[in-house]
Design a protein around this ligand. Structure first.
Ligand code: ADP
Length: 319
């Protein structure tokens, strides 16, 4: 293992830079050279490369986004695109590729692995929807960002005695919504994993009002529906006049929390350790504090489930 490539792909997440730094410095520590491919698989196909050194990854550990930039690349989803990618990797004399991203990016890495090219995946997404790790890089920071925004909304919601709907990201998973709801003390969390019943929600809101509750916060995961749809449903079904806020891409930005910076550093180091051990076609993760590897397919073959206890907690605490 002499020359290692690295790229970030799909949605960006705070902590990706810390992972790039850790991969680069651990690889150099182990006597390897490191090349960054910019803009994910797009940059791989176009040969958009940048040599990475100990100093070129200096000062980025607490910077949000990704210094390698990221992209979605339609061409790479086709077999010809993957073969072209493999060709580029050979042209650049690469021995392995480290891919930082979500399960889509890991699928791309798996295609290279199937053609015999050594890959390792590092889970980076604010959605936390990847099995094989308790937390993905960026999730903790996104939860903290959502929490800060929701706290501000609660101030105005309580002053005006209003019902607020806050739409958070998470794609088809409710991890971010649930974590933010518990942390912010929201009354309700609507997540894709739990079937949603409008009548039950209206009854609960009615009950809360009867008890003299002046305001309520409902956190809705984007995978359930848009906040505007829920707003219309609440109006039609229960006559509720709710205000909506869509947190949007703000959740992806900002410096990583110390949790994410540490997680990213450990997973970055763990990815190179896996390559040194000769473990290919795997993703690194942290489970119960331990750095572990699993076949990269676990990220889409195994569904990571929401913590039922957390779901129950929103119900109990949000009365
Ligand atoms: P994420 O990695 O955050 O889940 P995407 O699902 O958008 O993001 O995937 C990022 C990129 O990974 C895609 O634009 C594409 O280039 C590549 N990719 C996704 N699925 C596949 C696939 N089945 N085969 C090859 N490449 C894929």
């Amino acid at each position: 293992m002499k020359r290692v490539g690295i790229l970030t792909s799909g949605g960006d997440a705070p902590g990706m830079n810390a992972a790039i730094r850790a991969v680069t410095r651990t690889a150099i520590y182990n006597g390897m050279e490191v090349i960054g491919f910019r803009r994910g698989y797009e940059g791989l196909l176009e040969g958009d490369v940048i040599p990475l050194s100990v100093s070129s990854v200096g000062g980025i550990v607490h910077r949000g986004g990704t210094m390698l930039r990221t992209a979605r690349c339609e061409r790479f989803t086709k077999p010809e695109g993957v073969r072209e990618g493999l060709q580029r990797l050979k042209e650049y004399d690469m021995d392995a590729l480290v891919v930082i991203g979500g399960d889509g990016s890991f699928r791309g890495a798996y295609e290279l692995h199937k053609l015999g090219f050594p890959v390792v995946g590092i889970p980076g997404t604010i959605d936390n929807d990847i099995a094989g790790t308790d937390c993905t890089i960026g999730f903790d920071t996104a939860c903290n960002t959502a929490l800060q925004c929701i706290e501000k909304l609660r101030d105005t919601a309580s002053s005006h005695e209003r019902l607020f709907l806050v739409e958070v990201m998470g794609r088809n998973a409710g991890f971010l919504a649930l974590e933010a709801a518990v942390a912010a003390g929201a009354e309700f969390a609507l997540v894709p994993e739990v079937p949603f019943d409008m009548d039950v929600l209206c009854k609960k809101l009615h009950y809360a009002k009867e008890r003299g509750k002046s305001h309520s916060l409902i956190i809705v995961a984007e995978g359930v529906m848009q906040a505007s749809e829920l707003q219309a449903l609440l109006k039609d079904t229960g006559g509720y006049d709710a205000r909506i806020t869509v947190l949007g891409h703000i959740q992806r930005g900002g410096s990583p929390s110390s949790f994410d910076a540490v997680l990213a550093s450990r997973l970055g180091g763990g990815a190179i350790d896996a390559l040194v051990r000769g473990e290919f076609g795997v993703m690194v993760g942290r489970i119960n504090g331990e750095i572990v590897t699993n076949p990269i397919q676990i990220s889409w073959e195994q569904k990571k489930s929401l913590d039922a206890g957390m779901m129950a907690l929103v119900e109990i605490l949000g009365i």
